[in-house]
Ligand binder design. Structure first.
Ligand code: NDP
Length: 295
């Protein structure tokens, strides 16, 4: 048996096209473009790449992108004042502070300063609480993207056994909440879980968000299960390579032989994250402007 490959890149492209249509309709209705502000502190190369691609994608789908760069040694008061200024700016619907922040800045304090109704990353405790109790809010982009791929692949998820490996606030925990809201029977595994293989073997749905290259083996997967690989890990370069291959948390070649469907790395979950960020920004714009979102 060979699993079907879940094409996150194609799904994300379709989502971005729909967002562009909605962004144009929003501009007509509200008399202004939706706007997303991204704040980058310091010069971390990976963060610079993410911020650039978020800005480009925002403009491509017809929204305004506001980029704010602060030096690596910016103090907390300066960053918090910038966030407050963006909170008060009616042209800014969504605010994203690129993480990680330099070590001298308190991430939780910065996130807590963002107006929850502009918190398009869904990291504010108010949005985590809204997700936990089933109120509308903003859900972190990566797990929401995983859920979209799962529903597209499987339709109704009700009653399925789901195992989420990883319990971070940005991926594992919100993923588990989303699956619970879909009436899955959810198990959250982590570094202290005993007999992880046996736990994973029960699952109709496996979401791996660990950060350990190819940790989940094909032999752990229940035949026919759907496997979502969130991990992005770069292997050390092999001989003759300038940089190493990107792999997920799942042994992809082995899993292809057993699973019903699996996301590749790259080209699976990764492209969904920015597409969902744009979706969240557009939803924020509609809510902030009091404009109904067309179907
Ligand atoms: P974290 O490091 O915050 O969390 C990792 C989780 O994995 C923790 O809960 C940890 O358990 C658990 N874990 C670690 N080792 C094991 C093990 N041996 N067995 C079982 N569980 C283990 O990572 P993130 O959630 O931020 O990210 C996870 C992965 O997803 C990374 O590879 C990251 O690069 C990728 N990622 C990809 C995104 C995308 O857009 N595709 C977006 C965000 C992340 P414990 O809590 O006990 O320490």
């Amino acid at each position: 048996m060979t699993a079907s490959i879940i094409d996150g890149k194609a799904f994300a492209a379709g989502l971005r096209a729909r967002i562009a249509d909605h962004a144009a309709a929003f501009e007509q209705a509200a008399g202004r473009k939706a706007g997303l502000a991204v704040v980058l502190v310091g010069e971390d190369p990976a963060s610079q790449v993410y911020v650039r691609s978020k800005g480009k994608a925002t403009l491509e789908c017809g929204m305004n992108s506001f980029e704010h760069k602060l030096p690596a040694d910016a103090d907390e008061a300066t960053l918090l004042a910038l966030v407050e200024q963006l909170n008060a700016d009616p042209a800014v619907d969504g605010i994203l502070v690129q993480l990680p922040l330099p070590a001298h800045l308190d991430e939780q304090k910065v996130i807590a300063t963002i107006n929850p109704d502009k918190d398009v990353d869904g990291f504010h405790v108010t949005n985590a609480g809204r997700l936990a109790v089933g109120l509308p809010g903003f859900v972190p982009c990566t797990p929401l993207g995983c859920l979209m791929l799962l529903k597209d692949q499987l339709g109704n998820l009700s009653g399925l056994d789901a195992v989420v490996i990883g319990r971070s606030n940005i991926v594992g925990k919100p993923m588990a909440q989303l699956l619970l809201a879909e009436s899955c029977t959810v198990t959250i595994a982590h570094s202290r879980t005993k007999n992880l293989e046996d736990v994973v073997r029960r699952a109709d749905i496996v979401v791996a968000a660990v950060g350990r290259p190819e940790m989940v083996k094909g032999s752990w997967i229940k035949p026919g299960a759907t496997v979502i690989d969130v991990g992005i890990n770069r292997l050390p370069p092999a001989e003759g390579e300038s940089k190493g291959r990107l792999v997920g948390d799942v042994d992809y070649a082995q899993t292809l032989e057993v699973a019903g469907a699996v996301t590749p790395v790259p080209g699976g979950v990764g492209p969904m994250t920015i597409a969902v960020l744009l979706r969240n920004a557009l939803v924020a714009a509609h809510r902030n402007a009091g404009v109904a979102l067309a179907d």
